[in-house]
Design a binder for this molecule. Structure first.
Ligand SMILES: Nc1ncnc2c1ncn2[C@@H]1O[C@H](COP(=O)(O)OP(=O)(O)OP(=O)(O)O)[C@@H](O)[C@H]1O
Ligand SMILES: O=C(O)[C@H](O)[C@@H](O)[C@H](O)[C@H](O)CO
Length: 195
């Protein structure tokens, strides 16, 4: 299968929306589905900054987003790979552009952005319960402030999106398994991706 026939899914959203959990659940140990944990590609300086409770800025995120783009591109070259799933907050339009184009216009990947869209209160509760993680709860506010919806006019389901986007709405009663099942169904029905 040539690299441009393969599927790239980037699970996006603010901190604690479940990017890693849902991406790993979708990967589900399938040999032809490769998982990239975006947080593993932060420079140490970014981890140190977030650990001190300081939100990252555009300059901090630039090398990190390029590293994710590059890792997606190199993973697509693997002949055993059918689908790449990466977790990355992808908060702004220009970040999604870097993830797509990298540092050169030539190196394009065409991701489906799977947006896990949750209300502040639901995620605040989750983030407050999480132990031993560098993301502090007060930083959640900065994540929402930075978030630019991947759909124009802030309307979920708006077909006029900046990138190919699927949205799964989070509620307190939807478990991680529910979200994984819904994402899998939507990817299959709406994008013909079987995963
Ligand atoms: N649908 C869900 N319902 C309840 N808890 C969930 C759900 N999805 C994930 N979680 C839990 O929420 C916490 C955050 O999940 P996870 O680490 O996957 O989020 P994340 O978006 O990758 O976070 P970050 O970007 O901050 O690393 C974890 O403790 C996870 O078990
Ligand atoms: O874009 C950002 O501000 C950061 O990258 C965060 O999203 C972290 O990667 C993640 O949330 C930490 O757990």
């Amino acid at each position: 299968m040539s690299a441009n026939k393969k599927t790239v899914i980037i699970v996006m959203g603010v901190s604690a929306c479940g990017k890693s959990t849902i991406a790993k659940g979708l990967q589900n140990e399938q040999k032809d589905v490769f998982y990239i944990e975006g947080d593993d590609l932060h420079p140490q300086s970014n981890i140190d900054k977030m650990s001190q409770g300081t939100p990252l800025n555009d300059d901090d995120r630039y090398p990190w987003l390029c590293a994710i783009h590059n890792r997606i591109s190199s993973t697509l070259e693997d002949e055993n790979c059918r689908v790449v799933i990466a977790s990355c907050s992808s908060l702004k339009h220009k970040y999604r552009e870097i993830l797509t184009k990298g540092e050169s216009e030539k190196a394009k990947v065409r991701p489906i952005f799977l947006h896990l869209k949750g209300d502040f209160d639901v995620l605040l509760k989750r983030i407050s319960q999480r132990k031993g993680h560098f993301m502090k709860s007060q930083m959640l506010e900065s994540q929402y402030a930075a978030l630019e919806w991947p759909y124009k006019n802030d309307i979920v389901g708006d077909s006029d999106t900046d990138y190919d986007t699927l949205t799964v709405e989070l509620t307190e009663s939807k478990s991680a398994s529910d979200v994984i099942a819904e994402a899998r169904r939507r990817l299959n029905q709406d994008r013909g991706v079987s995963i």
